[in-house]
Structures are given as structure tokens and as C-alpha cells.
Design a protein around this ligand. Structure first.
Ligand code: 13P
Ligand code: SF4
Length: 326
């Protein structure tokens, strides 16, 4: 089936099913084009919690669809590609062994991970009793259920500051934790996870990009390493980058995040130029969803993501606490 026909079918089915298509900023251009809403993790959580529809087709990775199911249990939440995972989310488990990861495309340097495979979130909580757990939304629902409050890259510092304690556990991203620690006086105890798309960026990459584009401002996502973030003109979430680029007087930008964001940046700022920091900042999981996946999802109503009620209740508390912070 050609592209136009597929889009037609999707739009027809969408209406019949009273469905809404949500897309993360890293999705393929063809997906962003058909979505009702494109945004960062925080914006998508807010949409999932408040949108009026029967079905949510979540074009992103599985933890995002899980969050939609947690926030809107009365709706059918569909993840068009069941294998669209987030490797960082798989780096932490409540109990039992976490997944073994080996290497990722484009990540020449073998990343190190300091916890043994059987070290769990429950072990960490036991080692630090009474320390609240702030959980990045890039985690599975059971991990959220064991947490006090969630955060995204857009609100991590605000979330930490909202808690009365001076010591905070932050999971699972060591880079986001390091960034948060730099921006708060509180003591941060971090899990040792990372996003392979952002963690691969080095100081040398930034130096090279700055040399090639001396007039460009450098925007970096807080999933990059701290030494990279310290070189940035602005550190923010994906939608934060969209806002920054729009408001700035600068005409050129180096973009330190997944390359999918360049589509919206270019669309929304026709007079400005955007350079990827590294062309291989590609999240293979975010790219699994295609038009054919969305069409199949709506036709066959799959894959339904439903978080079990006993996990959902506690996970929702952690998400609701985050969403209450403005
Ligand atoms: P944000 O869109 O919240 O910045 O998230 C980045 C990300 O890695 C999502 O998987
Ligand atoms: Fe996970 Fe990184 Fe991909 Fe986001 S970009 S889904 S954090 S691997």
C-alpha cells in the first residue's frame, strides 16, 4: 500500500475508533506528521492523562505507553511496535536480575556499569532507608510503583526541590542525576544507568562541532554526560530545545539529542539552521514505529498495554505527584 493510502486508512480508522495518536519528538517524520500531538515525555504524560478519546495510539517506546495506561486505565492504550523498548529503562529492576545489555550501534566505547546484575532497586532502598526515590519516567511501571515521585528531563530539579529531604535517590540515569546534583544543594544518590544515544557523546564531539559551526549555539539534553553538558549554551528536554530555538536571536544551533528532533526544529524555524551534534544519535527503538505499524495497530487493536491494577495504583501516585508540580 502506498503512503497516501496508508495515511487515509489511518485517519479513517482513527475516527471510527475514537482514537488519538501521540508521538514523541524522536519519532520518524511520517509519524510526527499524522500525530494529533507531538511532544516530550512530560507533555505526552499530560496529554495521556487528560485527552478525551477511547483509544490512545502511543508512538514512542513502551514505558511511555505504560504511563498512558497508568494515567488513563479506562482507555485502550496501543503500542504499535511491541519491541519498542528503552534500554535505559531495562537497566533497573525492582527485584530479580536486570537485563544484560552488551553494545549499541554507534557506541564504540564499551560503557561500564558498576552494579552487579542482581543489584535491585529494593537493595538500594534498603541501603538508604528513609531516602525518597525520584524516578525518571524512562522506567518500567513496577519501578515507578516503588518510587515516591516521578520526573522527566524537563522537571527533574523542580521535583527534587519539591521534596523536604536533603538526600534523594535518583534512578536510573547517572547523567541526569549528575546534572540534577549540579543544580541543587541536595545530596543525590544515583543509579548507574544511561541512555546509549546520549552517553556516547564526548567532549571531542562538541569541540569538533563548535569548530565547524563557530556561530552556532549548542543545546544539550541532560541525558548527555556532565562534561558535555558543561560545554552547552542551554541544557533542556526535547521540547525545551524547541522553545529555546524559537525564542533565541541566534540563527544556528548544534543539537545534542536524538536526530528525530531536527524535523520539528527545522519545520518550526524556517529561517534557522540546525546541525546534529553527531549523526549517529539515533534511537533504534524510537525508529521501529512506521506508518504500517500504526495502521496495523488501529486495524487489529494491538498491542494493548495494560498495567496490572496492583502496580498501577502506586505507579499513578508517583506520576500524579509529578504532574501536580507546575
Ligand atoms: P524528553 O523528550 O523528555 O526530553 O525525553 C527524552 C527521551 O529520551 C525519551 O526517551
Ligand atoms: Fe531510551 Fe535513550 Fe531511546 Fe530515549 S533515546 S528511548 S532514553 S534509549
Amino acid at each position: 500500500m502506498d503512503k497516501e493510502r496508508m495515511v487515509e486508512e489511518i485517519l479513517k480508522l482513527k475516527e471510527q475508533r475514537r482514537a488519538i495518536i501521540l508521538s514523541h519528538n524522536y519519532q520518524r517524520e511520517e509519524i510526527q506528521d499524522i500525530a494529533d500531538f507531538v511532544g516530550d515525555s512530560l507533555e505526552l504524560s499530560r496529554q495521556a492523562a487528560g485527552v478525551d478519546c477511547d483509544v490512545i495510539v502511543f508512538c514512542g517506546v513502551n514505558f511511555m505507553a505504560e504511563s498512558a495506561s497508568i494515567l488513563s486505565p479506562e482507555k485502550v492504550v496501543l503500542l504499535p511496535e511491541l519491541e519498542a523498548n528503552c534500554p535505559m529503562a531495562d537497566m533497573v529492576r525492582v527485584s530479580g536480575e536486570r537485563k544484560v545489555w552488551k553494545s549499541f550501534p554507534g557506541y564504540e566505547e564499551q560503557p561500564t556499569f558498576s552494579f552487579p546484575h542482581n543489584y535491585t532497586l529494593l537493595d538500594m532502598k534498603k541501603e538508604h532507608p528513609d531516602v525518597p526515590v525520584v524516578t525518571y519516567v524512562n522506567t518500567t511501571a513496577d519501578v515507578k510503583a516503588e518510587s515516591d515521585i516521578c520526573c522527566t528531563s524537563a522537571n527533574v530539579v523542580k521535583v527534587i526541590e519539591s521534596l523536604p529531604q536533603d538526600e534523594i535517590i535518583c534512578i536510573p540515569d547517572r547523567n541526569l542525576s549528575a546534572w540534577a546534583a549540579k543544580n541543587t544543594k541536595k545530596r543525590i544518590i544515583s543509579w548507574d544507568g544511561f541512555c546509549h544515544v546520549h552517553d556516547r557523546v564526548t567532549v571531542a564531539d562538541v569541540e569538533k562541532a563548535r569548530k565547524e559551526h563557530p556561530n552556532a549555539l549548542f543545546m544539550a539534553h541532560p541525558e548527555c554526560r556532565l562534561e558535555v553538558l558543561e560545554m552547552a549554551d542551554h541544557v533542556t528536554s526535547t521540547s525545551g530545545m524547541l522553545r529555546f530555538a524559537k525564542q533565541s536571536d541566534a540563527k544556528e544551533f548544534i543539537v545534542g539529542t536524538e536526530v528525530g528532533l531536527l524535523y520539528r526544529l527545522r519545520q518550526e524555524n524556517p529561517g534557522k539552521v540546525f546541525y546534529p551534534l553527531r549523526r549517529d544519535m539515533i534511537c533504534p527503538n524510537m525508529k521501529k514505529t512506521r506508518l504500517s505499524s500504526v495502521l496495523r495497530a488501529l486495524k487489529e487493536m494491538r498491542y494493548v498495554i495494560k498495567v496490572p491494577e496492583e502496580i498501577r495504583i502506586n505507579a499513578k501516585k508517583a506520576l500524579d505527584r509529578m504532574l501536580a508540580i507546575r
